[in-house]
Design a protein around this ligand. Structure first.
Ligand SMILES: Cc1cc2nc3c(=O)[nH]c(=O)nc-3n(C[C@H](O)[C@H](O)[C@H](O)COP(=O)(O)OP(=O)(O)OC[C@H]3O[C@@H](n4cnc5c(N)ncnc54)[C@H](O)[C@@H]3O)c2cc1C
Length: 431
């Protein structure tokens, strides 16, 4: 059964504590009645059927689909901070599916489709704006990769095409497409379904939907150990007490190797900081997302008018989430090479998050050699867009004990089998 039916009937039949609507807003305004909390805290129980470590989009989506699609509700989501404290609350919220490998394209396309109906499923406005996504090519080899991606995308039914400078100029008039640019723009991969979303709304929407179905969300609950006996998970140890369980899902992105170590599982993942920045708001002028791999920069404009800038990961491994002056100086230079007209715009703030990079720029999903210990990790700089499909497939995986076909290529064993899913050409800066 599709989760569309479950989600919609769920909200209509009163699963949510209060259905969000214009009529409800007016009624509460007139009667001075507060909205009930999106979810209520619970004491940590001594046991749960499933414990999900990490309250980002992946952990919360898995909890939601476990409850909504499979009726598995004895589930705890544990986060050492608050929900969305990791990459899920720090990303630049770009969604797209124009990847390079057929496995990647199919997977991310499913996620974009789930995102398209997510606001209705969750009864929560996630503000998905499919405004188009342009990846610029500044040299022949990038253009060749764009053509390759466009062909793979088309074969998989995803809307993508290579366009020339004249059309780029029409879509984004502020881009310098002249020969005088330091890195002249030769063409671009144009992906109309790509766009941006409100990341915090997605996180809260999944949390509210999961909690309404019985999932317990425990913020400020850090996992400090995982008990394994006879090659099987038995319990997790936390700062709020021990929890007996037979199933643990590691959805901790930048911290995922630390959690996996607790279960005795080694992951081929390295954690790097990734920074981003936002400017003061200006009148809307940029209606697409612009990415330049050669300049290591991407730009979008929010509905409020701020420009959001991103880049590639910092060139060193770290668990630090502090911004640096070096980053913002480099970023500003690259932005101006692309859009010289922005030179007087002021940066409002910058921030950083952690990225769990794999050698092939694809995720690691599914079971591990430790029974009951599953992973949904390796999300690097591109994992927010995969939240819905990852949640859906990890829920299937937990409920059925089988690995769904759509994530079969992303198993941990691919690193020993030598069957990598190379996505660097589509994921390095594009997010
Ligand atoms: C600046 C930046 C820009 C990005 N831009 C994009 C983009 O445009 N598009 C895109 O698709 N992706 C983007 N990403 C990547 C994306 O944000 C992540 O891949 C995604 O959010 C990962 O989600 P998650 O739920 O797996 O992990 P996270 O959201 O990182 O959540 C992991 C959670 O685990 C918790 N945790 C860690 N250790 C413990 C513990 N011991 N006990 C309990 N809890 C623990 C953390 O507190 C955290 O809340 C970007 C990332 C950054 C940093």
């Amino acid at each position: 059964m599709s989760q569309l039916a479950i989600g919609r009937s769920g909200s209509r039949s009163g699963i949510y504590p209060a259905r969000y609507s214009a009529a409800g807003l007016i009624r509460r305004g007139l009667t001075h009645t507060e909205w009930p909390p999106a979810w209520r805290p619970h004491p940590v129980k001594p046991s749960y059927d499933v414990v999900i470590v990490g309250g980002g989009v992946h952990g919360l989506a898995a909890a939601y689909y476990l409850a909504a699609n499979h009726g598995i509700t004895d589930v705890a989501v544990l986060d050492k901070g608050y929900i969305g404290a990791g990459g899920s609350g720090r990303n630049t919220a770009i969604l797209r599916s124009n990847y390079l490998t057929p496995e990647g394209v199919r997977f991310y396309d499913r996620s974009v489709r789930l995102y398209q109906r997510l606001a209705a499923d969750l009864d929560y406005n996630v503000m998905f704006s499919q405004r188009g996504h342009l990846t610029l090519a500044h040299n022949d080899s990038s253009l060749r990769t764009m053509r390759w991606r466009a062909e793979v995308n088309k074969v998989e039914g995803v809307d993508s095409e290579v366009i020339g400078p004249a059309k780029i100029k029409r879509l984004a008039p502020f881009i310098d497409v002249s020969d005088a640019a330091r890195y002249p723009v030769l063409g671009a991969l144009y992906h109309p379904p790509g766009g941006i979303i409100r990341h915090d709304a997605v996180v809260w929407g999944y949390a509210r939907g999961a909690a309404a179905r019985g999932v317990h969300i425990h913020q400020h609950t850090e996992v400090t150990g995982i008990d394994v006996a006879g090659d099987r998970v038995r319990a997790v140890r936390t700062t709020q007490g021990d929890i007996a369980t037979r199933t643990v899902l590691n959805a901790t992105a930048g911290w995922s190797t630390l959690i996996a170590d607790m279960a005795g599982v080694r992951l081929p993942i390295t954690t790097y900081p990734l920074q981003a920045a936002v400017t003061e708001p200006v009148k809307p002028f940029l209606s697409t997302v612009i990415v330049s791999g050669s300049l290591h920069v991407y730009i979008s404009q929010t509905d409020r008018g701020e420009l959001v800038f991103g880049a590639s990961v910092d060139p060193f491994t770290s668990y630090s989430m502090r911004g640096s002056l070096e980053f913002i100086e480099g970023l500003a230079g690259h932005v101006l090479e692309l859009m010289p007209a922005l030179s007087k715009l002021r940066v409002l703030r910058q921030w950083a998050g952690l990225c769990d990079m794999t050698p092939d720029f694809s995720p690691i999903m599914g079971p591990t050699p430790v029974g009951g210990f599953l992973v949904d990790v390796g999300w690097g700089t591109y994992g927010f867009k995969a939240g819905p499909v990852s949640g859906e497939t990890m829920a299937d995986c937990i409920a059925s004990g089988q690995t769904p076909e759509i994530i079969a290529a992303f198993g941990l064993e691919r690193f020993t089998a030598g069957a990598l899913v190379g996505e660097k050409g589509a994921a390095a800066v594009g997010h």
